[in-house]
Design a protein around this ligand. Structure first.
Ligand SMILES: NC(=O)c1ccc[n+]([C@@H]2O[C@H](COP(=O)([O-])OP(=O)(O)OC[C@H]3O[C@@H](n4cnc5c(N)ncnc54)[C@H](OP(=O)(O)O)[C@@H]3O)[C@@H](O)[C@H]2O)c1
Length: 184
């Protein structure tokens, strides 16, 4: 697929390949809290069009406005009008790889998960930000909860992008790497 827009993926994955977890009630979450990565991540969302899958959107609705995105685009087959007031006035839309091609080429996008959404949009990405979270930061799961794995996405990013460590002023709880797609 030809890359035309400024589109990147931003994800954090544990050393063991975990990207999130399922709760017993069907909702999802991230099984760690690493402020250093969150600060970096919010910087990537600032004034960009944020693309997120339906599951991640449901999870992030209460605090999306604090990321100050240009707009939020949902990768979903079930957009719920009840989500709109919770977006706090942020512009929104529905997105698919096909719809993305109809956006002006000067628009900037960042894909912020989850796993299915990264897999869908990664072929279109020209840059990637990959944070490695130590397994020691993983929260213990309760009964009925299960991890969501994304080792395949990490492998694809490491193969197709040239990544360099991001130097931050924070404590080194995680390793953040950022880079652009290798040219063939
Ligand atoms: N570690 C990180 O950096 C990071 C970042 C973000 C999220 N996460 C985690 O990732 C997990 C969620 O990932 P996930 O893979 O389960 O879900 P997801 O990527 O957030 O959302 C998947 C959704 O994509 C929509 N979809 C799938 N196929 C589609 C199609 N052909 N056309 C339109 N929409 C389609 C569906 O939405 P509908 O069901 O609404 O139709 C589906 O539920 C959570 O645990 C979350 O916390 C981690």
């Amino acid at each position: 697929m030809t890359v035309t827009h400024d589109i990147g993926v931003a994800l954090a994955v544990s050393e063991s390949g975990i990207v999130g977890f399922n709760r017993a009630d069907g909702t999802t979450g991230i099984p760690w809290s690493v402020p250093e990565d969150m600060i970096w991540f919010r910087g990537l969302c600032l004034r960009r069009n944020v693309i997120m899958g339906g599951k991640t959107l449901r999870e992030c609705l209460p605090f999306l406005k604090f990321w100050y995105p240009e707009a939020v685009y949902a990768y979903t087959r079930a957009f719920d009008p009840d989500w709109v007031p919770k977006l706090g006035g942020i512009d929104w839309g529905i997105i698919t790889p096909q719809r993305l091609k109809h956006h002006p080429e000067d628009e900037k996008f960042v894909v912020v998960g989850g796993a299915d959404t990264y897999r869908t949009f990664l072929p279109l990405a020209s840059w990637a930000s990959l944070t490695t979270i130590p397994d020691s930061e993983l929260a213990t799961l309760a009964d009925g909860e299960s991890y969501i794995y994304a080792k395949d996405i990490v492998e694809t990013i490491e193969k197709e992008f040239t990544l360099k460590k991001v130097v931050t002023q924070q404590t080194k709880t995680c390793v953040i790497r950022y880079g652009t797609r290798k040219t063939t």
